[in-house]
Design a protein around this ligand. Structure first.
Ligand SMILES: Cc1cc2nc3c(=O)[nH]c(=O)nc-3n(C[C@H](O)[C@H](O)[C@H](O)COP(=O)(O)OP(=O)(O)OC[C@H]3O[C@@H](n4cnc5c(N)ncnc54)[C@H](O)[C@@H]3O)c2cc1C
Ligand code: FES
Length: 514
């Protein structure tokens, strides 16, 4: 700990530290001018950047240095050590950069460096850029794309049309801390209204697009208004699958996709004593954990006999079941729901589970209706090429709706991951400006349930072997997913650095195969 300020950790870089303590590629945590800073040595160069990730404050000192970047251990954001720029979502803001120099045998961190502009020049952008861009969808992909267009000096008009009634929000939080009651309202919007105003991003809420005219280059809203575009990004996300049983439309039956959904659930939870969660999906399980944090009795009903077996394998599924049972959740697996009434959920075997609150999390379907109407190529999602371009010129798709040619898995893939959606939005934005950048990133997602978290890199749609290194019970392990002797994905439990190393390993394999 610092001698002068007990809240600051590590040495005071302003006063200087022996240069020998900065080891090659290993972030060194200290502080300067009252802020936590990491110093990183790369060959003959030294870098100093802010120590906290701008996403949720992850500790970059525990991250992975790769080339002249540092990756966050929590959700794999990536920052430039040279400029501080957030090169990869989920971080959207840069970290600070500091002057650092070596004098004699000591290194010193000096003053803060003003953020450098992004790499591309405005001239290059203007030469090929469309005059107007419409983004359909105010979620992860849509927001990230709009921001990236301005970061890349795009000067034309950006209109973001969202069917939501709120500004783009931190959707993953809606089933976690926000629902559990430990995240305040102000954490949820990704950006303020002023931000969009300053960035000249025209955000229209409650603006549902009902038709795209590819020839006339315009979209039509539910209210009849028209918006012309030269380039279009479709980022309409996914819709929850509805439960088709008697009573499924009752008022106390909830779904969770939007902030409004989560607010309604929070309000209902305030008065609820017993909840039934239908569907043991990630969202279902996160909701169960958050409702337990509110001391609500929770039953979970799932069709599968082992939790998450298809995604994480038998062992991880059993572990998750035990985790929830230890927190008081009762499971009804291998079971479906027959009907719901005001006071209970009746299962297919006739058992009645009392419930004053019901949450359905039985999966989502990509919202591809618009793409179909417009005549774009679809295949269980909107088909895009490696540049995220759809079958129509100037129209791109990103996020939960996009099925892209994933070279890692070797087949067209569509996932429902926050970070993938944001990164696809960013890549699509650059490609709208003529960059021709392939989307070749390794998929990543995370889940949090109680005090347990798991991070997953890669994508194993199907696997024939799970290898476990370490012990799930001790919450210290790596699970790898293989098919035909090929490693497709890795999940880590409290081994963040290993998760990051696996990501880099997959990226290297992709680059080598290019
Ligand atoms: C509760 C919850 C928790 C999650 N937790 C995690 C997690 O922990 N980790 C993880 O990796 N992923 C998580 N996810 C998944 C992640 O949020 C999604 O993969 C991601 O949001 C997809 O981004 P998107 O931009 O494709 O779609 P979305 O973020 O869903 O945005 C779609 C947008 O399109 C708009 N829209 C749809 N149709 C129209 C239309 N016709 N006209 C205009 N607008 C339209 C919607 O209103 C919305 O604004 C979670 C999802 C939910 C719902
Ligand atoms: S806290 Fe760093 S990526 Fe989330």
């Amino acid at each position: 700990m610092s001698e002068s300020n007990p809240e600051l950790v590590g040495p005071d870089f302003g006063k200087g530290v022996p240069a020998s303590v900065a080891l090659e590629g290993a972030p060194l945590l200290g502080h300067s001018h009252g802020e936590q800073v990491i110093v990183v040595r790369r060959g003959s160069e030294l870098f100093a950047v802010g120590a906290l990730c701008t996403h949720y404050g992850g500790p970059l000192a525990e991250g992975l240095v790769d080339g002249d970047t540092v990756r966050c251990p929590w959700h794999h954001a990536c920052f430039s050590l040279r400029t501080g720029e957030a090169l990869r979502a989920p971080a959207l803001n840069p970290v600070s950069c500091w002057q650092v120099e070596q004098r004699d045998d000591n290194l010193y961190v000096g003053t803060r460096i003003e953020p450098a502009p992004v790499s591309q020049s405005a001239d290059r952008t203007e030469a090929v850029a469309p005059k107007s861009i419409v983004i359909v969808g105010g979620g992860a992909a849509g927001n990230a794309a709009a921001e990236m267009l301005r970061r890349e000096h795009y000067e034309g008009t950006i209109t973001l049309l969202s069917a939501d009634d709120s500004l783009p929000c931190d959707r993953p939080n809606l089933s976690k801390n926000y629902l559990a009651g430990s995240a305040p309202e102000e954490w949820i919007p990704l950006r303020s209204a002023e931000f969009y105003e300053q960035q000249r991003i025209d955000v229209r809420l409650n603006a549902r697009v009902v038709a795209i005219d590819i020839v006339k280059r315009r979209v039509r809203l539910e209210n009849g208004s028209l918006h012309d575009f030269e380039a279009l990004l479709l980022a309409t996300g996914a819709d929850p699958v509805r439960l088709d049983v008697p009573g499924g439309e009752l008022q106390h039956v909830h779904y969770l996709r939007t902030w409004a959904d989560s607010r309604a659930l929070v309000a209902a939870a305030a008065a609820a004593r017993r909840a039934v969660v239908i569907g043991a999906s990630f969202i279902g399980l996160e909701v169960a954990a958050s409702l337990r944090a509110r001391n609500i009795e929770v039953d979970v009903v799932g069709r599968e006999t082992t939790l998450m077996e298809r995604v994480l394998g038998v062992e991880a599924g059993r572990f998750l079941q035990g985790l929830h049972e230890d927190h008081g959740v009762t499971f009804h697996l291998g079971m479906t729901v027959a009907s719901i009434d005001e006071h209970a959920v009746t299962l297919a075997n006739g058992e009645m589970l009392r419930a004053d609150l019901v949450v359905v999390g039985i999966g989502v379907r990509p919202a591809i209706g618009l793409a179909e109407q417009a005549g774009l190529a679809v295949d269980r999602g909107v088909s895009v090429d490696r540049y995220l371009s759809t079958s129509a010129g100037g129209i791109y798709a990103a996020g939960d709706i996009a099925r892209w040619p994933d070279r890692l898995g070797g087949e067209p893939t569509r996932v429902e991951h926050w970070v993938v959606a944001e990164r696809q939005g960013q890549v699509a934005a650059r490609n709208m400006l003529g960059r021709r950048e392939p989307f070749d990133m390794v998929p990543f997602f995370w889940t949090e349930q109680y005090d347990f978290s798991l991070a997953y890199v890669g994508h194993a749609e199907r696997f024939d072997e799970v290898r476990i290194d370490g012990a799930l019970d001790e919450r210290d392990c790596t699970l790898s997913y293989w098919r035909g002797g090929r490693k497709l994905a890795v999940a880590v439990v409290h081994r963040d650095l290993e998760g990051l190393r696996s990501e880099v390993e997959f990226e290297r394999a992709l680059a080598a195969a290019a």
